[in-house]
Structure formats: structure tokens, C-alpha cells
Design a protein around this ligand. Sequence first.
Ligand code: FES
Ligand SMILES: [Fe+2]
Length: 391
Amino acid sequence: MTDNMSAAIEKLGGRRVVDNRVYTDQRTYDREVERIFLRSWLFVAHESEIANTGDFVTTTLFGNPLLITRDRENKVHAFLNVCRHRGSMLVDEARGHCSAFRCPYHFWVYSLTGDLVGISQEAAYDGTGFEKENYPLIEVDCSIELGLVFVNLSKEHGTLRAWLGEELLETMAKPLGLAEFAVINSNPPQPIPVNWKVVTENGRDGYHVPFVHPFLRKASPPGPYRLFANGHAVQQLGADPAGFDPADWEYVATNPFPGLEVGDGWIVNLFPDTMIMLRWNMISIDFLRVLSPTESVMENRTLGLASDDDDVREVRRRNQRYWFANPIEEEDAPVFLKQQAGVSAPLLRFSVIARGADATTGTRGDDNRLRQFWDAWRDMMGLDENSGDGL
Ligand code: FES
Ligand SMILES: [Fe+2]
């Protein structure tokens, strides 16, 4: 990249520019999959979605269909959702409940702990060297903190606790550790033809908020942000009643979670691709299914309290739409498309993320959370610059 840098760009130094080819380049994407996504802890579900023995949810991460379920000892497992016989997928549904998993092809049966427990017409394997103990479902590492279920597709990695870090966990423990939460809504997955970083960087770009979201400028003044290890960050948010229509404020200013007061709020950016919007009365977990250099799917889980009645759930869902889903869908998503179109232009090589002095805390309008994202990106990619050039 250095050879092609104009003098103006060179003055900024490598950390303050991004080579736009990282938003379209296939080789960069392949390296991201191998070095970032296959090695990071990735959010897949909230514990309440698999609250009971035999509950399951499914997803597909980078070509690997996964089945996340709870066994009879209450342990949560993530399995490759693929039969060990001739490779059929086991479960089609996005979620459900069962006492064992039966393959639709030749009806092999797997227990909730992944053991192969039933083979149709098993006698034909006698004397062939086939032993069913050797063919459990492939298990993927799965771990839970504060009710958030993550998987890690690599064999060698640290714990989820170490990945998130004690300080960040402590920050999220209010409110997540103070009550029992449950998924009260999942907005339909929303495919969007942009690079995953366009979406995830937007969650760290505080500079755009007053311009793209005029309502939030008044209604939700920012507090300081903090940067944590491994690329995670937290932006504190407030709420100003003067920024609301009084009729809206009437339902917005209700039902705070235990330990929170009306007005409390945080955005948690989890590297690489998850954002958790914590407001005093609703939690929106937004994450990506990354499909290719220019295709992502935005997914959502909205949390309320497990003990909420239907009316309170409705208030929380309405808040999630008001604070989060509407601004993202109506105001951010059109910008994602414009940015993707622009960074794809061969004649423009670099973007600039130079606002503000480097610091681990500060105000929303600087670019530190973006630079921190890229620091973590370079680190995992094993690259010196925000560029895939010369991989
Ligand atoms: S492929 Fe699953 S039982 Fe044959
Ligand atoms: Fe935004």
C-alpha cells in the first residue's frame, strides 16, 4: 500500500486510512474468514432460545451448518448439523424441540449429546470395522456468558471469558447479570449487499449520528466511550425527554430493567460483527451472517425479562423499533448501500478514519472506535496496514 500512497495520505500514517479494496476483494475476504471468523467467538443465540432440554436453534457459519441444543444434564452443545453417514443435513428448521435428532436420509439417530445411538438395519455393518461409537456428531466449542451463547469454530483458542475480558463482562453485567432475560422478538433476517465491515463499522462511527439520525441527536445524547481488549468497545448513551414527542416519552420512559434507571443506555461493540444496544427497557442484539465479500445478512434478537407479561413485551418491542430498528433500516441501511458503491470504485483507493487523538476513552464524534476495530483486524489478519494488498 505504501508505494501507492499519495503524500496527503502518507501524512496521516497507516492507522488512519483504509484501503477501500478490503470491502470487495475476495482474497482479503478469504483471509478474514480463515484468520478472524474461524478463530473468534461468534454470537449465535441467547440462552432463552434453548431454555429446555431438547430445544434447538440452527444457523450456518461460513459454510458450516450448526445445531445448538441443550442436553439432559442441562449442558449446551453446538454440533455440526450434518450426519456422519453420508453427509445429509440433519435439521432444517431454524428452531424447534426434539428428544433426539434423526437424519432424514437413512434414519440414523443422534442423542442430544451428539452420540450416534441408532442405526437402521445395523447388522449389515457386522464384521466391516464400522463401530458406531466412532461416529458422534462433530462438536464445535460453545460457551455462554451472561446468557449470550457464542461458538468458536477453531480448535485452538482461549476461553470466551478471556475473549470478552473481565472489565467488559462487568460492564455488561448491568443489566444482563441482574435478572433473567428472554428473547421477546427476532426481526426477520435482512440480507444486504454490502461488505460486513460497512455494517459493523457503522456501529462504531459516532460522527454520522447527528447527521443521519436527527432524532437521536436530541433524544439520545452520548456519554463517553471506552475501548476494551480484543477490539471490543462500549459507548455510553443517555436520553433527554425534551427530544421526544410527549406521547412517545410516555411509553419510552417505562419498565426499566432491574438495576437501571430511565435514561441509562450503552452500545456494546463486540469484535468482529456483533452490536448490543442496551437501553433501560430493551436490549437489541444485532449481528451478521457474513456470506461473501459483498453479501451479509443482518440478524436480530430483542431481549426483555423472562417474567414480562404480554403488555410489557409489546412496550419493549415498540421501543426496540423506535430506538434501533427504524433508524438502522430507514436511515443507516441506505447509507450502507451508498458507501459500498463508493468504496467499490477503482479510482478511489483510500478512506480516512483520522478524527481525534488516540485514546481509550473520549466523545462520540472521534474515530477511535473505528481505529480500534482496525487494530484488532490487522492483529488477527497478521497485516501491518488496513489493506489486503500484497497478501
Ligand atoms: S446420510 Fe444420514 S443416515 Fe444416511
Ligand atoms: Fe447509524
